[in-house]
Design a protein around this ligand. Sequence first.
Ligand code: UDP
Ligand code: MG
Length: 332
Amino acid sequence: MHLMAIAPVFSVVVPVYNEGVVLRNLEQRLSRVLESLGKPYEVIFVDDGSKDESPAVLRQLVQSRSAYRLILFSKNFGHQAAVTAGVDAAAGDAVVVIDADLQDPPELIPQLAARWQEGYDVVYAVRMARKGESLFKRTTASIFYRGLRLLTTLELPLDTGDFRLMSRQAATALTGLRERHRFIRGMVAWLGFRQTGVPYVREPRAGGETKYSIRKMVALAADAIFSFSAFPLQLASYFGLISAAISFGALVYVLYIRIFTAAAITGWASVMAALAFIGSIQLLTLGIIGSYIARIYDEVRQRPIYIIASRYGFAEEGSDDSQTSSGRARGV
Ligand code: UDP
Ligand code: MG
């Protein structure tokens, strides 16, 4: 197995979900870049319950390269959980998180590393342009990140994803945040330390389709808002104030008509409209409160963020390297 493992300087974490077609290409580009840095490194693939050939391809890679490691999840836990598992397992002085689909060019890693060597703790990659992504995705992302900045006090850098380098100190701090609903780029911004960005052009996928369904995108956006802002909870108060002001005006008007004219206001339509309006606002705000309660429930249950089915290529596991039980999941 592994003779005297050398402590890695760079750990590269790659979340993988059904990326079989791009993995060999990724491995080649990643290895070339990492070799050029001239420092010991490790690459940790986290297979997030892939249903394609990814686990088989990754096991082969891990067998042929001693610097490669693999964590297999027991099912699909999501991108943010996969990144978490990789960062938890990383031993390097600098931890880089990169997508598997080559939208994040590995060739940018030396630039991220250079800023880290200057003393920055978090170096995120800033998307100057996004190639091969739909107008819908670009527009919704742009509106979302700008909106999120208005709703929270978070210093969230615009146009960044999870492609970034973290110092050991920042990575360890992130590992200490065990919340279940994770919006990692927000959590890293929240950590503080010295942070800076490096611009890059986001390439189209090297192969395959996006693994972020609309549902997963909406879930991530909801996690971002609900974990970093209490503003939606305050909406009920704002709606209440506005509707109180309107009803007061309406009351004055109704009394005025009744007292100073012979007529009285009749109208089923106006009553129904007001009723339906108030009713729907109440349901909406109840739903918002429900979303927070569901998240509180998830957090208090204290379930692990992910469950590991097996790990390969990690030195400390010695000869039974190939099979470990989920009970051995570290740092969960
Ligand atoms: N991914 C994952 N689990 C998921 C969805 C995605 O590990 O449930 C991985 C995926 O394999 C890729 C990264 O997360 O390495 C980003 O996903 P994708 O490229 O599909 O997202 P997009 O770039 O379209 O936003
Ligand atoms: Mg992608």
